[in-house]
Design a protein around this ligand. Structure first.
Ligand code: MG
Length: 257
């Protein structure tokens, strides 16, 4: 998957970011694992009850969702396909014996009502760095391996004040591919109208963010904040930083080349 970076360096015109633990800091998260989604799933369950649907016991419904989620993600990882929340909900409802065909998925997703996770916040230098990049004329993008549609994660971006800076944004759930599949990088590059060699990608997971950016032909920057300790496992970032603001001198150096 890795190809040599001995290539012509083009003028960098775009910077594309991962979201979780790259722009926003999960080190202070107050709820973990399945509990994060269950807050929302319970709202969906209550809605189905109120609609008179023949739902199973709440605990069984939550368990079913959890099993479906793990199964679909594990399956998807074999080919780096993207799993969507709509797919997971559909499968859960079917396995719970409900007639999904006569339900409106958009309504169900709105009832799910995804919100920022308590204790998660943008890194202190996220907005200043994005502001500087914007002032310097870079196009800015975002790629997240998330099953939510982008409009749901936009709710978070809006809360954190990050939304106005990110011109093109995609989730793996929407795109049908997850990082490291090159197709999800190509999607955002197309939206930004830039070539891979004109773009830098910043992410925290070597095997997804960095391996994918390299395979897609972008310049890769690994952000390695103190609370994370991922192994490289063969992924080779072009640059490694500890804080987002360290990106600025790297871009200056790429500019001079
Ligand atoms: Mg991440």
């Amino acid at each position: 998957m890795y190809r040599s970076k001995q290539r012509m360096t083009q003028h960098i015109t775009a910077v594309i970011f991962d979201l979780d633990d790259t722009l926003i800091d999960w080190s202070g998260q107050e709820i973990h694992g399945a509990a994060i989604g269950q807050r929302h799933l319970k709202q969906l369950y209550a809605y189905l009850m109120a609609q008179g649907e023949a739902v199973p016991a709440e605990e069984d419904f939550l368990d079913c969702f959890g099993e479906v989620l793990v199964r679909l993600w594990n399956q998807a990882k074999l080919t780096w396909a993207g799993v969507s929340l709509a797919q997971v909900i559909t499968q859960t409802l079917q396995e719970s014996g409900l007639d999904v065909a006569q339900m409106d998925m958009d309504t169900l997703l709105r009832v799910y009502n995804w919100q920022p996770v308590p204790g998660v916040r943008p890194y202190s230098d996220a907005i200043p760095t994005l502001q500087t990049l914007r002032q310097q004329g870079y196009k800015l993008g975002l790629i997240t391996n998330a099953m939510q549609p982008m409009w749901m994660r936009d709710v978070e971006l809006e809360t954190y004040g990050l939304l106005p800076y990110l011109d093109a944004r995609v989730t793996s759930g929407d795109t049908g591919y997850m990082k490291p599949h090159p197709a999800i990088y190509e999607r955002v590059l197309n939206l930004l109208a830039v070539e891979p060699t004109q773009a830098v990608f910043v992410g925290d997971r070597p095997e997804n963010d960095i391996a994918g950016a390299n395979a897609a032909g972008l310049t890769s920057v690994l952000i390695s904040p103190p609370h994370l300790n991922y192994q490289l496992n063969g992924a080779r970032p072009d640059y490694t930083i500890k804080r987002l603001s360290e990106l600025l001198p790297i871009l200056e150096r790429l500019e001079i080349k």
